[in-house]
Design a protein around this ligand. Sequence first.
Ligand SMILES: Cc1cc2nc3c(=O)[nH]c(=O)nc-3n(C[C@H](O)[C@H](O)[C@H](O)COP(=O)(O)OP(=O)(O)OC[C@H]3O[C@@H](n4cnc5c(N)ncnc54)[C@H](O)[C@@H]3O)c2cc1C
Length: 605
Amino acid sequence: MIQENYYENNIDLLDHIESIIDWEEIIPIYENNFQDYKIYNETKNPRLEMAPSTVDEEKAFYQEVLRSAGEVSGIYVSQVAQEIDKQGLKFENGKVIHPQAMVEMIQKYIEAGLAPVAFSRKYGGLGVPNIIKAFISELMYRSDTSITIAVGSMGLASILEKFASPEICEEWLPKFIEQNYTVTMGLSEPDYGSDLPEVKTKAIKDPNATEGENKWLLTGNKRYQTMACGVNGGPSATLVLARTGSPESGARGLSFFIAEGSGYEVTGLEKKLGLKASATCEVAYENSPATLVGSENYGLVKYVMGMLNGARLSVSSQGAGLSQTAFEEANKYAQERIQFGKPIAEIPAVKKMLNWMERETAAMRCLMVEAAYSVDKYMWTIDSGLPKSDPAMIEAKFWEKVANTLTPISKYYNSETCIQVVNTGLQVLGGAGFTEDYDLARLYRDARITNIYDGTTQIQINAAIGGIVAGMSANGIFREYLNKLQNGIDYSTIDSSKKRFHEDAIILLVKDFDTVVETYKKIEAREDKEAFAFEVVESAARLILSLLMERARTRSSKSSSSPNKNPRNNAISILDKRKQWCKDFHRDSKAILMANQVKLESAIL
Ligand SMILES: Cc1cc2nc3c(=O)[nH]c(=O)nc-3n(C[C@H](O)[C@H](O)[C@H](O)COP(=O)(O)OP(=O)(O)OC[C@H]3O[C@@H](n4cnc5c(N)ncnc54)[C@H](O)[C@@H]3O)c2cc1C
């Protein structure tokens, strides 16, 4: 794989950090007007020592962290990822054995301080908003998925900060961070995957617990438990969905628990198409000790949904990271591979594939950032105790609704598109792409899981469709959101001869999307409504992406001021690239919306 700092050499990503994202808006919301800094001055709590006092200070910290993630991923992990994948995992005497090089790479990320990226400072975390988490994940996924999952799994436990008592957080989170736990999402069972409301693992109160003691016992089997084994004897814990109600109680009878790895048994390891170095474990619970999180019976509807939303943002980053790598590796190969007396990069059909890959990756990054932004815009305010009528609270409520629709859209879109981008990258390499001599084969296998785990694409469509269709009513939230995006675009810097590629294209897309939604509303049969929901969500995704690409162009700088040692980035300014991306992206969006309209019309005939 290409060996370079994956942050410093990505002009699109740098442009987001330096010009596109409004840090003056995000940082004060996340920092709650620099509360941690004030508390540090009063208490000298060492966990808050790094708390910033200004936006500039915090932005500089973000850049430092991203540089560090880009370095570990691009300089070190990228060079051993292929070999680690080849070695894979062993399962001997009930123990999972990871390759030594993988353990060393995990250690490098830990030493760079990147493991507790999802947690707030007060528990020993990095204390960064979701936008920064998204970029860090993207940079890590660029070199390898299995290692990124092993390091990042701990972040699942950040859901405890939102829903668990301060006592539970203090008991578990600093321990997870200090001892480098892996943390697993304990949902799937052999007979229940998408159908989580039916999971059967049973939770009972520990009969030996004293009055008021939070001690429970779990019994049942879970499947596909990523990293439930820890790393080569290292500690692990699982956040388990288990039934406290009757067997017929459905979603309302499920509760959420923390279980230590020492209390359950890893009984097997899945043999998989990809993620060869990521342990996907079968786990047996037999009267295994557990701690209840939050209130009984809210396990699925509140806590697991919250955890899954975080995991879905992470898959969105995975899509962007894998796609960026596929593009970079394919682009490099295409410059070097000579056929018919010239580099294949100069052959129009190959150039077209590369341009599409680069453009789609840039779009995915926009969506990843926007989904994370929508969460940041509500998450830190919604539990602040402000009155409902406070403008900040009204704004947070709006963004919560947007995030509930945007998160499944970004998970679905980035995973599906990343599979296509990696597939196209492999095509650019021809026969070489199909061999194990290059990284594309591994990337291809690893990409394939993205639209399955953390809820399949079909489940994301189910999650998004309601918010889109209801939200497109005259005063609906989704319509208001689209209007906001449109208002953030400035066409005045566009040459009048090019206007039709930008402003006119957007006006037509908005109109086409309205027609798509109106046609969908006319479908009567429930089965058809479910079957054709995809066409509406895909159309929504493409419109949002076209708007985000235009907004990125509006805010973009002419060139990136960061150190950029990569000569291929200097051929054309990022702003010129964005103009070209917008033009071609809107054209593709138009074609997709038209095709979807044809399909929807067939459903109402
Ligand atoms: C490598 C890997 C790692 C994983 N890690 C974890 C983990 O750490 N923790 C964990 O709990 N789980 C994990 N999973 C499980 C994963 O989340 C599930 O595989 C996924 O949710 C789908 O469930 P399923 O495999 O049972 O498929 P099923 O639910 O059987 O679905 C099969 C097909 O039916 C479709 N379908 C099902 N229901 C609907 C519906 N209502 N509407 C439309 N379509 C539907 C699905 O989209 C899919 O196409 C992992 C899986 C893999 C392969």
